[in-house]
Every structure is written in C-alpha cells, then in structure tokens.
Design a binder for this molecule. Structure first.
Ligand code: C2O
Ligand code: CU
Length: 469
C-alpha cells in the first residue's frame, strides 16, 4: 500500500468515527476474501436480532476500496445453503469475472470457492451482490459497496457511504419467508417494510452529526431488491457530483433524488452556518423519515463552501449517433398486461400459459427468460467497437430500473425527443409506457446481462443478454 493511500485511509477512518451512524470501515484493509454466510444482526433498534445472509458476518458486507488501475483479487467462499456468485455492479470487468451464473460462470455450490480477479479502470461508487437467486439473496443481506478512488479525491472534510436497502420483517424481527411469489414477480416486486441504512433500520434516530460549514461527501447505493427511493434532504440543497460512479457537472439537487435498485449517486452536502436538526426523507409512497441531520458545535470554517469541483471523467468511448446501428427492445407484461403470444427460451409458445407455469411475468422482445434455464438466444449480437442505439419501448404499467453489464450508456432520447445533457449510467429508470433511447459503444467482449434491477422482475423474465464479439 502506498504511503498516500495509507494516509488517506487513516484520515478518512478517523473522521468516520465521529459520525453517529454505523461507521463505514474505511480504515479496515481491503479483505482478500468474501465469505457468504448466515448469521444474525441487530437490524431494528428494539427486540430480537435478525437472521440475515451477508458477507464476512456483516450487512452490508465489507467496503472494497481500490485505487484506479489496481488489481482486485477477491476469493469468494460460499457458506450459504444455496449456490451463489458475486457480480460487481457497474465495474467494467472481463466477461469471465462478471459473476453471472449460466452465462459467465457456473454458480458456486455450497462450500465451493472461486477467485475473482480484475483491474479497476474506472473511478467511482459501485457495489457487489450475488447474481444467483438475487431476488432472495440480495434482500436477505448479501451486498456491499465497492469504491475506486479518484487520482485526486474531491476535497471534503469527511466521506460517508450509505448502502440503502430494505428488509421485510415480521413482528419477531425475522425475515418474512415469502421469496419468489409470482404476484411479486409480476407487480412492484417484494417490498420490504424496514428501510435500512448500512444494515440498521432507518428512522429519525439515525443521526448524521455535522459541524457548521462542514462539507461531507455522501456516497449512496440503492441495494434494495425492489424499492425505489426518492431522497429529500430538507433544509439542504446537496450537490450531485456523480451518478452511477461517473462524475457529472456539479448541480444542486432541486427535487428528491430518485434512486432505483442498483443506482448510485454521490452527493456533496454542506452543513449550514448555524446549528439545528433536519429530517432526511424518502418521499416515495406515504413517505418515510429515514435519518436526522444534526448540525452543532464549532464551525469547521468561516463560511459555507461554494460549488464543488467536478470529478475527472473516466475514459468511456462516446457513441456517434450518426453511424450507430439501431436496435429495438420491447417490454411487455406484468399483472396489468400479460402478453398473449411470443416465445419462451427461444421457442414459440402460447406464452401466457407457459409463463404462468414457470412463474414468468415479463417479456423482452417477446421472450421470457429465467436464470435457471438460460437456453435463450441473446437479444442482440454486436460487433466489438460497434456504436449502438437501443430504443427501449416500455409497454408496461410499471417503472423498471434497467441495467446493462460491462458498459456505460447514455440516455439520448425520451419519448422520441433528443436529450440535451447526456450523462453516463449503468442503470436507468424507465417510466411506465416510456420510450427511451440509450446509446453506447460495445467495446467489452463477451455475453452481458441486460435486465431489470427490480430483482423480482428479473426472476420473472425481465432479463436477457447482449453479445459483443
Ligand atoms: Cu446489480 Cu445484473 O446486476
Ligand atoms: Cu422491472
């Protein structure tokens, strides 16, 4: 470890210790092993601890933090009662390290081990989670954050990582054992009843203590299996500096920050000049107060800081729309609109009855796939270096956070109109009935998943692959 890196970790660790929220273990060395196992953790403040599945005896799993260009070597040991894999969400890895069962590797049987090894090319906030039975394994607690530091990190007083998720718990604080219900596959997904920040139940009692005029970088990951968040920092206007790990021109947050499953955002939050308490809300549904921002003590500096500097961009090839090939992707299904005809696993079928038999609810280009029988044809075959526009037609009444593996893309069109400011994403929220054009350069060779990150939807047929050859 370089001296710089050690110093950085020490200072970050020291600062994190003063927060009242569960401290992110910045100072801990990056573990070389992830052990997926079953254990108990205090999720709710009151009552019994909760039976969870997680990595290295903690939900979220350990923070994996690398420098750009560093080689990540992580040995996964499966101590779960099921097969599993780990996928590095957003990280552009070689295809065979992508952790997708039946596509890039075989799932690890209980007690098996596998070593993942890849170089980190892009800086930013990423995360990791299983790609096997993810509709069950993720909401039980198998996820963690992965950070690749910028060569010159944004100057802030302190940095925090919030891995947001939810648990569906009974009055005994134990998980409700209802994973894989067809009704969840076909509707909004299996929603938890307890939002969690870093594995602890969210609420007013979760306090983020700031000093006047202090500047904090808050890295947010939505690791929920179905929940879409809309975060409102009352009394504050944080700067959005990065989306899905990719720097954006710093802009003040003017409306609640929408984070679908799998999405990330980095905020720069400046405490005000005075002291006081402010609520942080999730504004979706009836609204939930998830934390309290408490500002007190002696000021860190005389006045609040101005616009933060932009994060240096990663090297991502810009798609040229003039010469891009065009592809279409039609989404249908859900409890409000089951398709009538189409194919399952590449064969023409009376889709409705077959889908019902397999617990499938959605189609992409008239096919439905499920992870245990990936006998499908890929959605698209792309040549390496090909510039691509995919027109996604959401013919469902639901929103879908769509995630492409191995690449970043830009949203270039919405409902037939071009989009002015383009940002890089690996997961994008597609509104009900929306038409969305995304563009990218297919420069990473392999077979890559393209799926909805409402994990129940993915299990219900909303997944496919794109081949780059
Ligand atoms: Cu975060 Cu294919 O997954
Ligand atoms: Cu979906």
């Amino acid at each position: 470890m370089s001296l710089n890196r050690r110093r950085f970790l020490q200072s970050a660790g020291a600062a994190a210790g003063s927060a009242l929220l569960p401290a992110t273990p910045f100072a801990a060395p990056v573990p070389s092993e992830l052990v997926a196992g079953v254990f108990r953790q205090q999720v709710r403040d009151r009552g019994a601890d909760t039976a969870v599945w997680g990595f290295n005896q903690s939900v979220p799993g350990p923070l994996l933090r690398f420098q750009r260009g560093e080689e990540a070597i992580v040995r996964l040991k499966n101590r779960l009662p099921q097969p599993t894999t780990v996928h590095w969400h957003g990280v552009r890895v070689p295809n065979e390290m992508d952790g997708v069962p039946n596509v890039t590797q075989e799932a690890l049987a209980p007690d098996a081990e596998f070593t993942y090894r890849f170089r980190t090319h892009d800086t930013g906030t990423y995360w990791y989670h299983p790609h096997q039975s993810s509709f069950e394994q993720v909401p039980r607690g198998l996820y963690g954050a992965l950070i690749v530091d910028e060569d010159r990190p944004l100057p802030v007083d302190r940095e925090l990582v919030w891995v947001l998720s939810d648990f569906k718990l009974g009055s005994d604080n134990q998980p409700v054992e209802d994973f894989g219900k067809v009704v969840d596959f076909g509707s909004g997904g299996r929603m938890g009843n307890t939002i969690a920040i870093n594995g602890k139940a969210a609420g007013a009692q979760q306090r983020l203590q700031l000093r006047p005029n202090e500047r904090v970088r808050l890295r947010l990951v939505n690791a929920s299996s179905a929940r879409i968040l809309a975060l409102d920092f009352t009394g504050h206007r944080p700067w959005v500096v990065s989306l899905d790990g990719q720097g954006v021109k710093p802009r003040p947050l003017r409306a609640p920050l929408v984070l679908g499953g799998g999405q990330r955002a980095d905020l720069v939050l400046d405490a005000g000049a005075g002291s006081g308490e402010f609520a942080i809300w999730d504004r979706r549904d009836q609204g939930t107060r998830i934390a309290t921002l408490a500002c007190a003590g002696s000021p860190v500096r005389a006045r609040v800081l101005g616009t933060p500097p932009a994060i240096a961009a990663n090297r991502i090839l810009q798609p040229d729309l003039q010469r891009a090939t065009r592809h279409f992707l039609v989404f249908e299904g859900g409890v409000l609109g089951m398709p009538a005809i189409g194919q399952v696993d590449g064969r023409p079928q009376d889709v409705k009855s077959i889908m019902e038999r397999h617990g499938l609810s959605w189609t992409m280009n008239y096919t439905a796939q499920h992870e245990h029988a990936m006998m499908h044809e890929p959605l698209f075959h792309l040549r390496r270096g090909e510039h691509v526009v995919v027109k996604m037609l959401n013919r469902t009444e639901f929103e879908h956070p769509m995630h492409l593996h191995g690449h970043f893309f830009q949203v270039v069109g919405l409902d037939g109109r071009p989009v002015g400011e383009r940002v890089w994403r690996d997961t994008v929220m597609m509104a009900p009935r929306q038409e969305m054009d995304i563009a990218f350069v297919a420069d990473n060779v392999g077979e890559w998943m393209f799926h909805c990150h409402i994990l129940d939807h993915a299990a219900g047929g909303m997944m496919g692959t794109v081949v780059v050859e």
